[in-house]
Design a binder for this molecule. Sequence first.
Ligand SMILES: [Zn+2]
Length: 127
Amino acid sequence: MSDYNWCHGPECHEQQTQSRIRGSGDNKVLRTIKIKWGRYNYSGDEQPNVWDYFCNQRCLMDYIRTHLQSIIAIAPRREALETPIKVVKNKYESYRYDWNSDDNGATKRVPYMATKTLIKTVDNDNG
Ligand SMILES: [Zn+2]
């Protein structure tokens, strides 16, 4: 395996940046960006990173747009997935502010019971 990739963006070589200019005299070109392998691999786990294949967000999105149907065909989603959860509603005392209830122009803290909705994942082994 070489220690670099060429950016996979289909239009990488058409973007007009100084970093892409190669050649001399009248034989200049805009060239696909060369990406050093593992340039954003800070964890040291040698896992390939999306930025080992694309020089920037535009090239990544151009690639996805160009090859969308092929990419989707790799792992198509034909039905919805579901994650079992429990919904827990907790009541707690909170305050709202009444900005114009006071004759002196001061705001008033008004207590009320608020509801907090918690979504908890369910371990299938324990029901
Ligand atoms: Zn690129």
